[in-house]
Design a protein around this ligand. Sequence first.
Ligand code: HEM
Length: 194
Amino acid sequence: MDVYHVVLFIHIVTLLVAAGVTAVVKLAIGRRARARTVGDVLDWHGVLMSASKLFPICLVAFVLTGSYMLSLSGAQWSSAFIVAGLVGVVLLLASGVFLGTKGKALKQMLDAIAKNGADQPAPKLVAPPLVGALPLVNTGIALAVAFDMVTKPLSMPVALGIVGIGIVLGAALSMRGSEVPASAPVSGEASSSS
Ligand code: HEM
């Protein structure tokens, strides 16, 4: 046992924590979309927003533990898998800030409606396409970076291409998931998510 592998363990635990938070967030998005009253929408939105606060902490932990491992191993910051990891972190951070802003705006709107009574029917909300797609795109980015970290491609275009494939697959899956039969009601769809 050495320090390097203890830090690598913390790096991997960070991935497990992020995966757990992702599961909670996906559950909250689903329950929020099916909530019948504005009070329930607010409750699930609160769960989503609270859990999402752990994402930026995970990103900081990835960078800190990753940097420490690099300082110990003497590996290059310009290695393809490291650059892909940093690109992934920047993309996830940008996406998180965007979704966080949308989430706060939605909370204000729901709070305003709930002032007249939390038992009112849930408002009819439709997520903008980007907001609906980003949660799965984020999962695609994280899985692609994990793939890069494990396989360590030597070529930069390959490492970044894998991140690109993760984004495209995440976006494609989110489009499949958002297909709604023309006759189906769209009440209660989320207008913000993480
Ligand atoms: C979304 C962000 C990230 C994810 C999901 C991720 C995931 C992983 C995983 C699963 C491993 C284990 C690979 C193995 O042992 O075979 C790993 C290793 C590693 N990661 Fe990351 N990582 C991320 C970000 C970063 C960043 C930003 C850095 C650098 C600043 C970094 C540096 C490293 C290093 C140096 C290793 C050790 C490689 C080895 O010894 O084999 N990671 N990462």
